[in-house]
Design a protein around this ligand. Structure first.
Ligand SMILES: [Zn+2]
Ligand SMILES: [Zn+2]
Length: 136
């Protein structure tokens, strides 16, 4: 049986309509779930998932994402990359610290190995989600 926690790279992914395709060429730094209201708004779901990936390890192989820039309450400026056709959010990239970025890992073609090792802003988690939260 293949080890689902250690996939081989590159891993491919893309937006919902298929206009944007990318390759993740190296292992990510980690995966976390954020239960804040902004991540709920962004994802349209119960929480947001983020995967820390190196700037040069995520390569677009088809299409060109559009960018919406927002300033967080903390003052951090964040580029939010999304498909201009279907609107799927793909990447969040911070201007500070040499441009750290996170991938929205639900856009990977194979999500079987995507498991959050950390949960943040759990005090805002939906009541039905709280029993499902267990950290590594
Ligand atoms: Zn699309
Ligand atoms: Zn959040």
């Amino acid at each position: 049986m293949p080890d689902q926690t250690a996939p081989t790279f590159p891993q491919s992914g893309g937006c919902q309509c298929g206009a944007i395709r990318y390759e993740l060429r190296e292992a990510p730094f980690g995966v976390w779930a954020c239960h804040c209201n902004l991540c709920r708004k962004q994802s349209g779901s119960a929480f947001g998932l983020s995967m820390g990936v190196g700037l040069d390890t995520l390569v677009f192989t088809q299409g060109e994402p559009a960018t919406w820039t927002r300033t967080a309450e903390s003052g951090h400026v964040l580029d939010c990359l999304f498909c201009p056709d279907c609107g799927s959010r793909l990447i969040h990239r911070r201007h500070e610290h040499g441009g750290r970025q996170t991938l929205k890992p639900g856009t990977l073609d194979d999500t079987s190995w995507v498991v959050p090792g950390r949960h943040i802003f759990t005090e805002f988690a939906l009541d039905w989600v709280k029993p499902l939260i267990h950290e590594e």
